[in-house]
Design a protein around this ligand. Structure first.
Ligand code: ADP
Ligand code: ADP
Ligand code: MG
Length: 644
């Protein structure tokens, strides 16, 4: 086993790798950017090396600096985590040239799976079923259109260099093909510097089922499947293992196909073979096809660990240090069912825009595995993926595990940033999901119901009022029970102003009147409780009050009438960044006349692009940013001349 390894990553995955390394007695070196100086992964590691500025290209993507850090600290191997340099074959070559071990597959295996068209060709040759389509030998638009017609609509255009759902377009009918092709190419060129595409038959009622594989360069095994069909814009939201209603014969066939895929490229380490499955008539042996292989540890690997009892990072370290596979196929079994939910700082009603903020209060459920890279008081910065945590549960059956997921989400508390917690909770309660009737369109079909913002009940609002009133505890004051104290206050909740009256009836007893309705509350060891309602935790953090109800968190703020006017006045002439992100493109310059709805700029935040459009017609007075700038949410980007 290695004496010391360097982890070329950050956040939850760096922390998760450090944990296993520590258990195996391996020393760890963390790396960090300016934005991560006090981060959890830095605190956890035995040593840490500063590698540059906050932008990934100035730090976590600088292979040379990372390799130098490994040499300087005496680390003998590098674990890349996921994202960043994990699937970069040139980095693997450089690591090996420096005399270090890359904890992962060979550069050659990564290259073999790097482009979707070449990967599909290889898999076809190895006898793995691939999605019917056209692999793009000719990139001529007219030829591609003719191939699309042969495949029969709907078809999917995919960037061969694609990832993260980018450069992908579903086309329903021939007349839309050329336009979709142009836009897919455009996006692929910007994201990957390669605009080649392939075509696939668009699978109806698709399920995304992937197989975890593990190789030692000679042999390979699979650790069963994960179902990742719960997706939004091709991004996974909740994953589970095993796949619901998976017939044993199909599990065996998919596992064997995945192992063939891994063996065909002499695979070493952890990898995932992704399949698309036509579930329109249930799961059928002849209706799964290879989509792509991810040559790294995957975000959702914990559900596989939960059902197999295998620590995949331990296996990665053992195999990379020269051991052969720790278990044979016959030794691997499925035990129970597991779910993982990805908790993000994002503004769900605003269209799932990434959010930032200081996490003033963070509490995780006791009965779940929580993989997180942040602690209370840490910030979600605009520089990286806004993931707060992965919440993983494991139970003897799917129904029990899903109930545990609901409970775990209800016990999760985040103050200081908006999150997708309520959305995850709504998904965990979704009827179709509960029945295991999943496909990649489930979220989109029920989006309105799943993203409905719950409004606080009378009882929850009363708890916020009592927290804001901050009534002194009995011991500190001598309340006279025969002379109730009465006070009034105002709070805002979801743009509504709430006026409340509190009558203090005793040291630990109050009556709150809201909208003419009155509830009675008593205070115990854990805090206030409204009579007739279950106990609900409340947290006061940074001028806001958070009520952590089972269905999500309610945020209340004290009324501050001045602040609102200032913001309103500035917003009229300025186009503001709706989210933190990178200014990808500026579409106007000073002096230019624009019409309402014209595109002013394009912002990019982790994996998504957002067009900023003109709210009214006018003349551009000033462009306040440059392409490539990183901006905070609410920053003014472009000023229009006043229209008075
Ligand atoms: P998975 O199927 O494992 O979710 P993704 O392609 O969605 O795979 O990406 C895995 C993770 O890699 C993401 O959650 C993100 O943290 C990271 N990632 C993706 N793209 C980038 C990138 N361009 N730079 C840095 N990290 C990235
Ligand atoms: P990426 O590299 O961006 O992850 P994938 O090829 O893995 O791209 O596809 C991402 C997602 O797009 C899949 O999980 C699935 O939801 C959907 N998808 C991909 N191919 C098809 C297809 N042929 N038919 C229907 N949906 C598809
Ligand atoms: Mg994929």
């Amino acid at each position: 086993m290695f004496d010391k390894i360097l982890i070329a990553n950050r956040g939850e995955i760096a922390c998760r790798i450090i944990q296993t390394a520590q258990r195996l007695g391996v020393l760890t070196v963390a790396v960090y950017s300016d934005a991560d100086a006090g981060a959890k992964h830095v605190e956890m590691a035995d040593q840490a090396v500063h590698i540059g500025g906050p932008a990934p290209r100035d730090s976590y993507l600088r292979g040379d600096v990372i390799i130098a850090a490994a040499k300087a600290t005496g680390a003998v191997a590098i674990h890349p985590g996921y994202g960043f340099l994990s699937e970069n074959p040139d980095f693997v070559d450089a690591v090996e040239r420096a005399g270090l071990v890359f904890i992962g597959p060979s550069a050659q295996a990564i290259r073999a799976m790097g482009l979707k068209d070449e990967a599909k060709r290889r898999m076809q040759a190895a006898g793995v079923p691939v999605v019917p389509g056209y692999l793009g030998d000719s990139q001529d638009p007219a030829h591609l259109a003719a191939e699309a017609a042969k495949i029969t609509y709907p078809v999917l255009i995919k960037a061969v260099a694609g990832g993260g759902g980018k450069g992908m377009r579903k086309v329903l009918a021939p007349q839309d093909f050329l336009q979709a092709l142009a836009s897919a190419r455009n996006e692929a060129m910007t994201a990957f510097g390669n605009d080649a595409v392939l075509l696939e038959k668009y699978v109806e009622k698709p399920r995304h089922i992937e197989v975890q594989v593990f190789g030692d360069g000679t042999d390979a095994v699979h650790l069963f499947e994960r179902d990742c069909s719960l997706q939004r814009r091709h991004q996974k939201v909740i994953e589970e293992a095993p796949a619901p209603d998976m017939p044993a014969a199909m599990r065996q066939a998919m596992g064997a196909a995945a192992v063939r895929a891994a063996q065909a490229i002499g695979y070493k380490g952890a990898g995932t073979v992704e399949f698309i499955v036509d579930a329109s008539a249930g799961l059928q042996l002849d209706r799964f096809w290879f989509m792509e292989m991810n040559t790294r540890l995957q975000v959702e690997h914990p559900v596989t660990e939960a059902i197999t009892g295998v620590d995949l990072v331990e296996w990665q370290l053992r195999v990379a240090s020269g051991e052969s596979l720790p278990l044979r196929q016959g030794d691997l079994h499925i035990n129970g069912h597991a779910f993982e939910a990805r908790l993000y700082a994002e503004d769900v009603p605003a269209g799932f825009l990434p959010a930032t903020g200081r996490l003033d209060h963070l509490a995780f459920p006791a009965n779940a595995r929580v993989d997180s890279g942040v602690r209370s008081g840490d910030s979600i910065s605009p520089w990286y993926d806004p993931m707060i945590a992965k919440i993983i549960v494991h139970g003897p059956t799917r129904a029990i595990a899903l109930a545990q997921l609901g409970r775990a989400l209800a016990q999760t508390q985040v103050a200081g940033s908006v999150t997708n917690l309520a959305f995850l909770g709504a998904l965990a309660r979704h009827d179709g999901f509960r029945k295991g009737d999943v496909d990649t369109g489930l979220i989109e079909r029920d989006l309105a119901a799943l993203t409905r913002v719950p409004v606080a009940s009378l009882a929850h609002s009363a708890l916020a009022v009592l927290a804001a009133a901050n009534l002194p505890m009995a011991a500190q004051t001598g309340f006279s029970l025969w002379a109730p104290l009465v006070c009034s206050m105002q709070l805002t909740h979801q743009a509504q102003t709430i006026t409340a009256r509190i009558a203090v009836l005793g040291p630990n007893h109050a009556r709150v009147t809201l909208d003419g309705k009155t509830v009675s509350a008593t205070r115990g060891d854990k805090g206030w409780q409204v009579e007739g309602s279950p106990f609900t935790p409340v947290e006061v953090a940074a001028d806001k009050i958070y009520v952590f109800a089972p269905e999500g968190q309610y945020v209340f703020a004290p009324v501050d009438p001045l602040a609102r006017d200032v913001a309103g006045a500035a917003a009229g002439n300025a186009a503001l960044a709706p989210m933190p992100g990178l200014v990808k493109a500026l579409c106007v310059s000073a002096g230019q006349t624009v019409a309402a709805g014209d595109r002013l700029a394009v912002l990019e935040a982790m994996k998504m692009e957002y067009s900023l459009t003109a709210a009214r017609a006018g003349v551009v007075a000033e462009v306040l940013v440059q392409e490539g700038d990183q901006v905070e949410a609410g920053a003014a980007l472009i000023l229009l001349e006043s229209d008075d």
